[in-house]
Design a protein around this ligand. Sequence first.
Ligand code: HEM
Length: 227
Amino acid sequence: MTWVTKTLNSTLGRKLIMALTGLFLILFLTGHVSGNLLLFKGDGGQAFNMYAKFMTTNPAVKLLSYLTYISVIGHIIYSISLSLYNKSARPVAYSTSKGSTNSAWSSRNMGVLGTIILIFLVVHLQGFWAKMHWGEMPTVTYDGEVYKDLFLIVNEAFKQGWLVALYVLSMIFLGFHLSHGFASAFQTLGLNHKKYSPAIKAIGAAYSILVPALFASMPLYIHFSSY
Ligand code: HEM
């Protein structure tokens, strides 16, 4: 076994992969929420559809997309492997462990929160991403160029109350997942300095409220403005 595989299989190595993939996904979410704000532009979806075409056809963005898929899969696989490894290393729980007094609820339930987000992601990707890439799509023409009308698909989808509820609930869980994950990733990377840790914690707390709230506002806005 080389030092690389040895490191990757150690607890620290597994945590490192969780931190790096998690931070990459935080960057992805920042870009994704910013681009999706075009849904609010009020131009009938032109800017959003043009943006969606760019995001699915530009070669550099495609490379970033592949990195996103690898990060999602890596984050899931390594979270399972880390929790199995921790269980096998400590088959009997600490008798003195009183979770609520030692750590925040979100930090003790990262696996449950992650599983709920995974279920959300399956529904989400099947509804929009798979349709955009392989499904039957309505089209629209701007300045003589044909675009897939993803704006129409998103608007039709969010007319369904159950889907809006699923998105809003999932964003609450995403917020809790991020609230622990953000600071924890920096800690794993050894970036916890007396001077900077409070700032990282504060940015993490603000991020885990702002980004899920913006995501949740999209289905809510579309649903209630369609009446
Ligand atoms: C209301 C909120 C959201 C809306 C309206 C939305 C919309 C979309 C749309 C239209 C696509 C397909 C276009 C494309 O392939 O680029 C997409 C892809 C995707 N979404 Fe979302 N999204 C939302 C929230 C989220 C959240 C919270 C996550 C993660 C937890 C997420 C993860 C993804 C991923 C991984 C892809 C595939 C990206 C790629 O192929 O590069 N989305 N989203």
